[in-house]
Design a protein around this ligand. Structure first.
Ligand code: SF4
Length: 544
């Protein structure tokens, strides 16, 4: 099969905040120093921003550094934060902590409420103005290596195969994009980054990454809560699950609400979507949403492991940035500013490496190691250092996590030592399929079933394409998983993709519902599900 080959100097996989900030900063440095380099950004979404989902309250520090005067230049801000508080929810009531009573990580004055999809669209415009090529609709299928194991680029997904994998009349083989430097900025649990980390053992000696699932809805409500940022702790979680909720007031009477849940709870029957729906039935939430209507839905995983879970960030021919690496401050519930900063720092290192490279071909890892040094000397590292043991502490029990987290906040992370943690999937208890967690009744007004919510995510996939959810050993679902764990995929997927029917039907995978959250790739107890980039489609997270 003949494949087209495209040669560029620098390839960025993923048009999120990290990838775009990288490309913009590198293009600026090249222009300033008269270095001509071609920079290409690929994104799997049909349009830039469609697959970007976040809370999203943005610490604007990186924006101010990279784009002085960004607000005046049209940086899209829904609202500055004008009010913040932490709500401790009991089964019926709530206690509100404000001012000095509210723990410091929940203080948000000075931050901006944004839509991540709008943010990256603005960043893509800046990138194009800096002469970066941004191609949407090109997902990465595999990493390309040379004979010495250096990364030489990426092969994009074939287009025009049918559901059996056979070429259709419009078949187009994916192209090989070759570059001296490939930057992996695919976002959370990037499929190429996952393969690269495993092949090159980039996580050797690091803590296993800890993950959370965020389930989000946008509502239109009668009240104007623009500028409000409220976080919730407590109900409906019982202390066995790390997590909590958010309520952010957007412009035009819209409200962003969501619930984030750690994946190391050990309960194979845990249903993230159902928990978020149940949370909305609390009187405090019910009162906010009364008379409103659901506009949008989405879900995404979040890397919560922090500094000790970051893999090696460089190697021959590549850099890893943003959520694909795990740049996220769980204590502050923020990652966009770290993604942007990681992109900017990586660009400075890449520029130096491009200047110093003595021959063509993949940039030597020795030159790209400068990124680790720049990161360690940056405010991003200082911020993550203070919270380096925060999330791991909660694996030792809620009380320990709460106390240790409190000491870390007060002392700025001065307690010595490194806490270890187990992988999320390794903590499942063999439950034999028992369902522990109460499920809400979906009333279609305040609470919605998964399929109704998927409809509100705008998700579409052409059904006549290969399934992008690869269960590598389907026999395990029948021979072991039913007996040991009760097929948790039917519970953890927030989009009703996995339909466990048992008997001769077994597992039915409705891949067209997939909202690209990557939960299944992480939460499967046997680690036999591979989420790969489909040839087209996905959610449409406009305004999310
Ligand atoms: Fe998320 Fe996997 Fe379900 Fe898709 S199939 S929505 S990636 S859990």
């Amino acid at each position: 099969m003949e494949r087209e080959t495209l040669e560029v100097d620098v390839l960025v996989v993923g048009a999120g905040p990290a990838g775009l900030c990288f490309a913009i900063q590198l293009a600026r440095l090249c222009r300033k120093h008269g270095l001509e380099k071609s920079i290409l950004v690929l994104d799997k979404a049909p349009e830039v921003g469609h697959h970007q989902l976040s809370g999203a309250v943005l610490d604007p520090r990186a924006v101010h550094e990279l784009f002085p005067g960004a607000r005046a230049a049209g940086f899209p801000v829904q609202s500055e934060v004008t009010d913040d508080a932490l709500w401790i929810l009991g089964a019926k009531g709530k206690r509100e902590l404000r001012g000095w009573m509210c723990p410091a990580p929940f203080h948000n004055h000075g931050n901006w409420i944004v839509s991540l999809s709008e943010t990256v669209r603005w960043l893509a415009q800046q990138a194009e103005a800096a002469e970066v090529q941004v191609y949407a609709g090109f997902g990465g299928d595999q990493v390309l290596y040379d004979a010495h194991g250096a990364v030489t680029g990426v092969r994009t997904v074939d287009q025009g195969r049918d559901k059996k994998g056979e070429p259709k009349s419009n078949f187009q083989p994916g192209m090989d994009v070759r570059a001296a430097l490939t930057v992996f900025a695919e976002g959370t649990r990037g499929s190429l980054a996952k393969a690269l980390i495993a092949r090159q053992r980039l996580d050797e000696g690091r803590n296993p990454q800890l993950w959370a699932v965020g389930v989000k809805e946008i509502w239109e409500i009668p009240q104007d809560l623009r500028g409000a940022v409220y976080h919730t702790a407590g109900w409906p979680l019982d202390g066995s699950v790390y997590g909590g909720g958010w309520i952010y007031g957007l412009a035009e009477h819209r409200l962003s609400i969501g619930f984030v849940m750690g994946m190391d709870h050990g309960d194979p029957s845990f249903d993230y979507h159902a928990t978020m729906q149940r949370w909305k039935t609390h009187p405090a939430l019910r009162a906010l949403l009364e008379g409103g209507k659901l506009l949008r839905y989405g879900s995404k995983t979040i890397p919560e492991g922090g500094l000790y879970a970051l893999p090696r960030l460089h190697g021959d021919g590549f850099l890893l940035i943003g959520d694909a690496a795990g740049f996220m401050n769980t204590q502050r519930l923020k990652g966009i500013h770290l993604a942007m900063k990681s992109g900017a720092l990586a660009a400075e290192s890449a520029f130096g490496a491009l200047l110093r490279a003595e021959r063509s071909g993949p940039l030597p890892g020795a030159l790209l190691a400068d990124f680790e040094r720049r990161f360690q000397e940056s405010w991003a590292h200082a911020e993550l250092w203070k919270t380096r043991n925060f999330r791991q502490a909660f694996q030792k029990g809620f009380l320990y996590g709460f106390l240790r987290g409190g000491v870390d906040v007060v002392t700025g992370g001065r307690l010595p030592g490194r806490l270890r943690n187990a992988s999320d999937h390794a903590r499942y208890r063999k439950s034999g399929g028992a369902i522990r967690q109460p499920r809400p009744v979906f009333d279609g007004q305040l609470t919605f079933d998964k399929l109704t919510d998927v409809y509100h995510s705008g998700t579409v996939h052409d059904e006549n394409q290969p399934c992008h959810l690869l269960v590598r050993e389907p026999d395990v679902c029948v021979s072991r998983c039913t007996r040991e764990y009760g097929n948790p995929c039917q519970h953890f997927c927030p989009a009703a993709v996995y339909d466990w029917r048992g008997g001769s039907e077994g597992l039915v995978i409705n891949f067209s519902n997939c909202v690209h959250c990557k939960t299944c790739d992480i939460a499967d107890p046997y680690q036999i599900i591979d989420w790969v980039v489909p040839e087209s489609g996905g959610p449409v997270y406009i305004g999310m």
